[in-house]
Design a protein around this ligand. Sequence first.
Ligand code: ATP
Length: 235
Amino acid sequence: MLQLDRVMLNYGSFRALDGISLNVRDGELVVMLGANGAGKSSMFLAISGLRKLSGGSIKLAGGEITGASPATIVSRGLVHCPEGRKLFAHMSVAKNLMLGGYVHRGDKAGLKERLEQIYDMFPILREKRDNNAGSLSGGQQQMVAIGRALMGRPKLLLLDEPSLGLAPLVVRQVLDTIKAINASGTTVLLAEQNAYAALQIADRGYVIESGRVVLEGSRQELLNNDTVRRAYIGG
Ligand code: ATP
């Protein structure tokens, strides 16, 4: 589904991604672990076309997307749910969700049906559909961010730190939702600081440090790995 081959990304003279190679297969839920500043967000920005690569290539479903515009990449089935949610705080929940379907704006009936599916998945959003997104709790705002991404009908969903700043119980709910989205057929690439919780729902994972993949393995391999336990799980 997704293949990165020696991807490089520079910010001026600083190299944030230093030759990242990885793949995500159709139907998988893959987690990216890494400390603050390891390069997870930069990698997602590069994949979704929001940052220009300094080298390497990216393929989506076998087709080249290196250098393609974000709009083209979304229309090819890859949707990026950014770190920090990036909602339009002064717009209603319903309008935020509809914006996620912009690329399918020609299909009004399809969008309406999709919106109802999102409301079925997150009933609280149906109740709050006319409220400003900024007035919702952190967990509810994360539901809007995920719902907005789903409105783009992704084949591959990139989720950058969806549990950031949420209470432990809400983290659990968000991760369960992500697992359910994956189980219903959407491939997921998830960046998470909450390594233990994320590994519970993942098939496989990669660890990145200073813009490089330093480890990869199945859920069980990573859960049993001493480095992962020490650095990301604690003990
Ligand atoms: P976090 O979870 O804190 O976002 P991350 O793993 O997602 O961490 P990135 O945000 O991708 O890491 O950052 C990777 C490195 O690139 C960091 O050293 C960061 O300071 C640097 N960086 C990120 N964005 C920029 C930018 N716009 N200009 C310069 N340096 C940047």
